[in-house]
Design a protein around this ligand. Sequence first.
Ligand code: PLP
Length: 446
Amino acid sequence: METFSTEKSKKMYERALKSIPGGASSASRTPLEGYKPYPIFIEKAEGSKLYDIDGNEYIDFLVALGPTLVGNANPRVINFVSEQIKKGATYGLPYELQIEVAEKLIQDVPCFEKVSFMNSGTEVVQIAMRLARAYTKKDIILKFEGAYHGWMDSVAHTVHPSLGVDAKEKIKEKMPIGTGIPENAYIDTMVIQWNDVRGIEEVIERLGDKIAGILVDPCMCNSGIILPDEGYLKKIRELTAKNNIVLIFDEVITGFRLSLQSAQGKFGVTPDLTTLAKAVGGGFPVAVYGGKTEIMDLLADGTVFRAGTVNANRAAMGAAYATLEILEEDNGKVYDDIYRKGEKLMRGMEEIFKRNRIQAILTGFGIMFQIHFTQLARIRNYSDFCQSKEDIFMDFRNRMLTRGIFIRPSHFGELYMSAAHTDEDIDKTLEAMDDVIKEMKKENVF
Ligand SMILES: Cc1ncc(COP(=O)(O)O)c(C=O)c1O
């Protein structure tokens, strides 16, 4: 067996550090978020595989942090984008393809009556909050402890606060994600606990006449996937409708990932506004926001301002169009196949844990899930999540890497499936895991 080496990545990282702070353009690609001592540098990605500059091949469960649901470098997406951009990458003027993409989105996603485009999830969350505030003429936005909605100042707090030694201790204060964020910027964003019906009722009883909107990631994807309790989203829908509060589903991750109708279709709850990005763009920078006409039309008469020089550019719209065409085929048949393989992987992993008497659970669905090394049988909120053993997860993840399986080095994230994963990929991953868990057991890691 050849020895696993990432020496070329190490050298490239040292070079990168001289011109780019941290060596990459997002914290999630650096040692700050698990890539210790340095990230691997990628040569190319194709189908279900990633190839690094040292010549290592990996089965890819990072899936670019969610976007390449249709597979890395999907030829239909790449070819369509290539054709489109020959007509000019961007004009600063409207054109037909963006209407075609909008029409597809409106057909697929229950909440969409009208939609508009930007380039990143962060941006569309910002405009959705602005719309909610303008529509209700109120200021407060509620978010959930442990939820991430992008890096902008107003929501970049209480995302992954450290809970100290007692993970059950309730978070009392808002904690910004870093320095440089003035308190004033997030004064109107309040934090509540996920899956706590009484908590949300209480805050609405107390402050309902000041609450403009609630930001809901329907699967709380950035704390290892914390699914909503049965009926929880319906309850939020009821409470928001009754109290003139705009329900915003932040489906930046779940949009077009959980189903062709997104999480709202899967859970049967239709919000007033939805933001989505990642999967809809097939790897290109596409972000969508949309919802009820009466809210979205505040943009039309200028009541609410929005802009963006390269919004809805041809590469983005070409990527979204081709991606949606793939996902829509036979009424979303591709999802059945991805779920089947993902569930096979999940069941196989659970079986390995059981056989080896390891305390671990999986949360999520076949199409995206996370592994938690925890004694809990269920994870219902961020405090529960904090009981997962991050050091064991990272050890497991790093050992999988040397066997050619790429999992994001963060227990806050998840494993993503794509349409390109094969049954053989699943079998190989389970074989590697069997080996890793045996090795870890032998070394008394658990
Ligand atoms: C739920 C959610 N909202 C918003 C964002 C921000 O998206 P972007 O990274 O495209 O700005 C993310 C990013 O991971 C996300 O997971």
